[in-house]
Ligand binder design. Structure first.
Ligand SMILES: *[C@@H]1O[C@H](CO)[C@@H](O)[C@H](O)[C@H]1NC(C)=O
Ligand SMILES: *[C@@H]1O[C@H](CO)[C@@H](O)[C@H](O)[C@H]1NC(C)=O
Length: 522
């Protein structure tokens, strides 16, 4: 009898302790993006493997990785971030990037409407639902109304961002970053002259005020789905516990952070990939005696949006080079050369790891850049939008890539770039040096990220790490109001001094004239 009681107690305690250690986590990643998900899922899957319970709302499903994880529940959010039409326009340059950016607030609002009107999500957030969570993890971009989930569940919020935090750190008061990180869309790297700094400052200022101003759309979403008694979205954002960013000390650019901003650069390439080549891909690549080129413009921009002329340039050049080509292409390919293999889905990391690969033709996305570095594959780059330009400039500067312009591409340029990268060994060497750098760091990024996430859980939000500046409005955190007031006071002082001086001068003149008059009179 006693022994039964003892066992029951032990069992109960055991379960109790296990419960304490494992947290219930809600994660929401509304964007359907393969490259973002590579990073985001590395984290959620690892958390589940460590025994935490995950409820994940996801625009891009995890796939087979979670088949055996009973504590990982996934809800698929069906959506489409920027409509295909808009992307096609970008690729054909009918729309400029500023216009696309102006669309972002509207797109973010639509994305949130879809997320919060999801039936499973509605059930979760309705006022009398009994669900509880110990931690909320969100993708930290321009859909900031997700921060309301922290307030709803009285749980700390962690933001994940798949690029350097840069302007997205405005709500926690991070310094303007354009001296270190190329100003958005300009891609300028290296030392800055006065005018480049002025331009960078103007872009930082405009972008930040724009982002702050457009929060009203996210505020509308919160009022609609959570009620008008919630704090303002900006206050919710400033309450974030920690932000993890796909940035390593030097990759893509050394920059300034904060105690509660944690680098996790290259996290998704720090573990072996489970990807496999299909049988026909493997056969095609294994028998590429002369080696092969891998071509993909990523998942956000399907290749078949390319214009007919551009597509022809690629097929003709591929037919002329002495290598096989594996190409991510989603439709029929008219005039497909015999040495080209097309597929609408390609296991990128498995292809990059194949020993016969010679070069990777890509669009410059950060995750692809990290994958190429970690596989030691030199690059031919055709940057299209966002941060691609600056990633590519970085890779060109360090000598690991050749850059081409998609819109003025010619057959000669493309062929020359491919042959240069394949035949001149210095590109491969540079990439291998970068690979050594990426692998040389004091901690494993997955373990480090897990440690910090569990730290936030253990210390109930770890609010002691927050900078005081995160309690200020963005322009106060940059001291812009102080600089503005000081400038005004200085100008007023100068004006007053000028006035006094000129009064003295005219007084003197007046006295002199008076004296002369007196002399004349006398
Ligand atoms: C900030 O977070 C804490 C703990 O998660 C919560 O109690 C508080 O209400 C939050 N405040 C705001 C303004 O979101
Ligand atoms: C990560 O942590 C686990 C357990 O704490 C350890 O076994 C493993 O070796 C670590 N991985 C790396 C790459 O450091």
């Amino acid at each position: 009898m006693d022994s039964i009681r003892w066992w029951t107690l032990t069992l109960f305690l055991g379960v109790f302790i296990a419960e304490c250690k494992s947290a219930r986590i809600l994660a929401v990643f509304p964007l359907a993006s393969a490259s973002h998900s590579a990073v985001l899922h590395t984290i959620t899957v690892e958390l589940a493997k460590r025994g935490h319970e995950l409820v994940v709302f996801d625009g891009y499903p995890v796939g087979t990785e979670i088949e055996n994880l009973k504590n990982y529940r996934e809800h698929h959010l069906v959506e489409n971030e920027v409509s295909s039409q808009e992307l096609r326009q970008v690729l054909k340059r009918q729309v400029n990037l500023l216009q696309l950016m102006l669309k972002l607030p509207e797109v973010s609002e639509r994305l949130m409407e879809r997320t919060f009107s999801n039936p499973e999500m509605s059930r979760l957030i309705e006022p009398n639902s009994e669900e509880t969570f110990d931690l909320i993890i969100i993708e930290w971009v321009t859909w900031d109304s997700l921060n309301a989930l922290g307030y709803r569940f009285k749980a700390p919020v962690i933001g994940l961002i798949t690029v350097p935090i840069s302007a997205f750190g405005f709500s926690i008061g991070l310094p303007f970053h354009s001296i270190d990180v190329p100003p958005y869309m300009t891609g300028e790297t290296g030392e800055k002259t006065f005018f480049q700094r002025l331009k960078g400052f103007a872009i930082d200022f405009a972008l930040t005020s724009f982002m702050y101003y457009t929060l009203n759309r996210q505020q509308r979403v919160i009022e609609k789905y959570f009620g008008s008694d919630y704090p303002h979205v900006y206050d919710l954002m400033r309450n974030v516990s920690m932000i993890f960013t796909d940035q390593e000390h030097w990759m893509p650019h050394p920059t300034i952070g904060a105690p509660n901003v944690i680098n996790m650069g290259g996290i998704h390439v720090s573990r072996e990939s489970e990807q496999q080549l299909t049988i026909d891909m493997k056969k095609f690549l294994d028998s590429a005696d002369n080696g092969f080129i891998y071509f993909s413009l990523g998942s956000t921009l399907p290749g078949h949006y390319m214009s007919d002329e551009t597509r022809k340039i690629f097929t003709e050049v591929f037919a002329a080079i002495p290598y096989r080509v594996i190409w991510k292409w989603e439709a029929d390919l008219p005039g497909k050369p015999d040495n080209v293999f097309i597929s609408k889905w390609l296991p990128q990391r498995a292809i990059l790891a194949h020993p016969a690969i010679k070069a990777f033709i890509y669009q410059g996305g950060l995750q692809s850049t990290e994958e190429a570095i970690s596989a030691g594959v030199p690059l031919v780059a055709l940057p299209i939008f966002g941060d691609q330009q600056s990633n590519v400039n970085k890779m060109v500067n360090v000598g690991g890539a050749v850059k081409l312009d998609m819109h003025s591409l010619t057959k000669e340029d493309l062929q020359k770039a491919i042959m240069e990268v394949v035949l001149n060994n210095k590109y491969k060497q540079k990439i291998m040096e970068l690979r050594d750098l990426l692998n040389d760091r004091p901690h494993d990024p997955v373990n480090n990220t897990m440690w910090w996430i569990e730290y936030v859980i253990r210390h109930k939000g770890a609010y002691h790490l927050k900078l005081t500046r995160s309690t200020l409005i963005w322009y106060q955190a940059q001291n812009l109001d102080v600089i503005a007031l000081s400038t005004i006071i200085l100008l007023i002082l100068l004006f007053v001094i000028y006035k006094i001086f000129s009064s003295i001068v005219s007084l003197c003149r007046w006295i002199r004239i008076k004296n002369i008059d007196k002399i004349k009179q006398s």
